[in-house]
Design a protein around this ligand. Structure first.
Ligand code: FAD
Length: 355
């Protein structure tokens, strides 16, 4: 069985930032990623995805995002950036390596992959993302809806949807972006439980992220505790304008779906072709099942950095793990620094004990 100092599970931005900080600290981590190549989930996001943060606030540690720092990079630029980051990394990165199970015994971890590989390590960082499992809420009647139901994770572009009647469920950035894109070729309603919340992209001539960094709110552990609830839609004005033009229109959640029809909150009904669920994601950590490190819902038990159950198990990239920015390109490196600080101490103790 091979032994390494640190296994990083996931080679998306979270795993890469973790591996970079680990290598800088003198470790040679092993990164195991189930995908065929670099980029994490970015290659699978919808075609028109444009970052909500400018390039200067979208970089991982040690490598600036190339090009004009004030532009908003598109999806494929992020994929290219992550591929270049992977190539430059001083770590052993293995693609096509899906971790099946992590076990903890005698103070260390054994990590097994679906292709039969087994690695032992004193420390493991789970960096498979907070967005691995699409969340599909149980909306009344949706299970027997006869039209097409798509999660935002499956949506790529408007191809094949021109002229359709579409209901988008959800009020976050993806919901509004997808609804506005579809509304150019289809009749679209965006439906939410409460009001849509918007955040102006620019305030007093500066991008919103400049203010987040300047005030310290972005990095603050208090941020997620002070401001709870849904994430606002970051908007340069175009989404509010589209919605006030009714393209898409905004309505309360429907009462129910009935066959191929939607029953709106005012009791009116109409035929619908497609329902898009932009209803978020949950963490994807099935390889920790049975270790006690996740609860019955698969949610990890942690103190913002490390597992509160298994010594030596860290997490990077969970939503609101330490701050608002934990699951973003701009914030994940900062969290990786905190996690690695504790991992390095553990690996050091482990090495000293072995001498
Ligand atoms: P992922 O990119 O999901 O990578 C996880 C990796 O783990 C994958 O490569 C996967 O193959 C691998 N993996 C999973 N399970 C296993 C396993 N068992 N064994 C081995 N490997 C495994 N953030 C921003 O900063 N700006 C944005 O504009 C922005 N837009 C977003 C838009 C959408 C639609 C979504 C969903 C998220 C967005 N985010 C954005 C948030 C975040 O930056 C991305 O979700 C990002 O992909 C998260 O990176 P990650 O490395 O944590 O996870």
């Amino acid at each position: 069985m091979t032994s390494v100092d640190l296994v990083v599970i996931g080679g998306g931005q979270s795993g890469l930032a973790t591996a970079h900080v680990a290598a800088r600290g003198g470790l040679r981590p092993l990164v195991l990623d189930a995908s065929a190549g670099p980029g994490g989930s970015w290659p699978a996001y919808y075609d028109s995805l444009t970052l909500f943060s400018p390039a200067r606030f979208s970089a991982l540690p040690g490598r600036p995002f190339p090009g004009d720092p004030d532009r908003y990079p598109v999806r494929d630029e992020v994929v290219d950036y992550l591929a270049a980051y992977t190539a430059a990394l001083d770590a052993d990165v293995r693609f096509g390596a899906r971790v099946q199970q992590v076990t903890f015994a005698d103070g260390g971890f054994v990590v097994s992959t679906t292709d039969g590989g087994v690695v032992r390590a004193p420390s493991v960082v789970a960096a498979t993302g907070g967005f691995g499992t699409p969340f599909r809420p149980a909306l009344p009647g949706l299970e027997s809806f006869t039209g097409r139901v798509l999660h935002a994770a499956e949506y790529r572009n408007a191809d094949g949807l021109a002229g359709s009647r579409v209901v988008v469920v959800g009020g976050g950035n993806s919901a509004v972006q997808i609804a506005a894109e579809l509304a150019r070729v289809a009749t679209v309603s965006i439906t939410t439980r409460g009001p849509l919340r918007f955040q102006r992209q620019r305030i007093l001539g500066r991008d919103f992220h400049w203010w987040l960094a300047r005030t310290g709110l972005d990095a603050s552990r208090w941020g997620p505790r002070l401001v709870s609830g849904t994430v606002p839609v970051i908007d340069d004005g175009r989404y509010r304008a589209a919605i006030s033009d009714g393209r898409p229109d905004h309505r309360p959640l429907p009462q129910r779906f009935d066959g191929g029809r939607v029953v709106w909150s005012d009791g009116t009904t109409e035929q619908v072709d497609v329902v898009v669920l932009a209803t978020g994601y949950r963490p994807d950590l099935p390889y920790l099942a049975g270790t006690g490190a996740v609860d019955e819902a698969g949610v990890p038990l942690h103190d913002g950095e490390m597992s509160t159950v298994l010594p030596g198990l860290g997490f990077v990239g969970l939503e609101r793990q330490r701050s608002f920015a934990s699951a973003t390109l701009r914030g994940v490196g900062r969290d990786a620094e905190f996690v690695l600080d504790r991992v390095l101490r553990r690996v050091g103790r482990h090495a000293a004990a072995a001498r």
